[in-house]
Design a protein around this ligand. Structure first.
Ligand code: 6GU
Length: 248
């Protein structure tokens, strides 16, 4: 999986992605390239932005410069077709399902905006001609797309074969719990414990010491349900609705 970041801050990469399992497999199971948008500037001050038509605060990244940077990024893929993503708070909300699906792509090109945004015409063009998708990582605003791109990459890499120690590891994480019937459901993860059995007068739940795997699985799913009901009523309602639908 080749990932190309298009940014005015190439020094931000690989950054955190050089650590842990992503870092261990960087250069083998996946690779990262960076296109510096500034190298496509059309002036000798390496400026990439200008004032917005219609007035208002901030600066807007220029269409031709972003277009040329994206075109350079595509050259990394030859006959393959990468998914092209624009990181923006105006995008579709990112989740684990999107991560799993992006992990199956021939590669990713991720455009990171800064400032007040990017000239809408280059966005429209790349959506229309290259199927570019706009993705947000949540309902808050960051200074730019670079941290959000790092989030998207980390979560995708968990679904790239070979990157996790244990191929089953992406199962039974939050948003990916196996229900009693084996279906994957959007519940939060159950709590985990390790040695010692007693710490600071807190004990490990006895069922986990029982060796009874069926009982342990039942307990964990029950915990997942309780935690989800308490902290994520949105996920809980969807889960209950899907359960009812299957029973009907
Ligand atoms: Cl993808 N970019 C920026 N700048 N802010 C965000 C975001 C992305 N997702 C949530 N907030």
């Amino acid at each position: 999986m080749l990932i190309t970041i298009v940014t005015i801050f190439p020094e931000m990469f690989p950054g955190m992605l050089a650590y842990s399992l992503p870092g261990k497999h960087l250069g083998t199971l996946w690779d990262l390239k960076v296109v510096n948008i500034r190298n496509h500037s059309d002036n000798r001050w390496q400026k990439v932005d200008d004032t917005p038509y219609g007035g208002g605060a901030g600066m807007v990244m220029k269409a031709n410069i972003v277009h040329n940077a994206l075109t350079e990024a595509l050259k990394n893929y030859q006959n393959k077709v990468p998914a092209i993503i624009h990181m923006t708070p105006r995008g579709k909300l990112f989740n684990n399902t999107t991560a799993r699906s992006l992990a199956t792509c021939d590669g990713l090109v991720i455009l990171c905006g800064r400032y007040e945004g990017i000239d809408q015409r280059v966005i429209d063009h790349w959506i229309k001609h290259y199927g570019m998708q706009e993705i947000s990582i949540g309902d808050y605003v960051l200074f730019g797309g670079e941290v959000a791109a790092t989030v998207v990459i980390e979560s995708c890499l968990r679904f790239v074969p070979g990157i996790m120690h244990n191929e089953n590891s992406p199962d039974n994480d939050s948003f990916d719990i196996k229900d009693t019937n084996g279906d994957r459901v959007d519940l939060l993860e159950y709590p985990q414990y390790t040695k010692p059995v007693s710490w600071n007068s807190y004990d490990v739940p006895s069922v986990l010491l029982s060796g009874n795997h069926a009982e342990i699985m039942k307990w964990r799913i029950e915990q997942s349900k309780q935690i989800t009901e308490q902290v994520r009523p949105d996920l809980w309602n969807t889960y209950k609705m899907l359960c009812k639908r299957y029973q009907a």
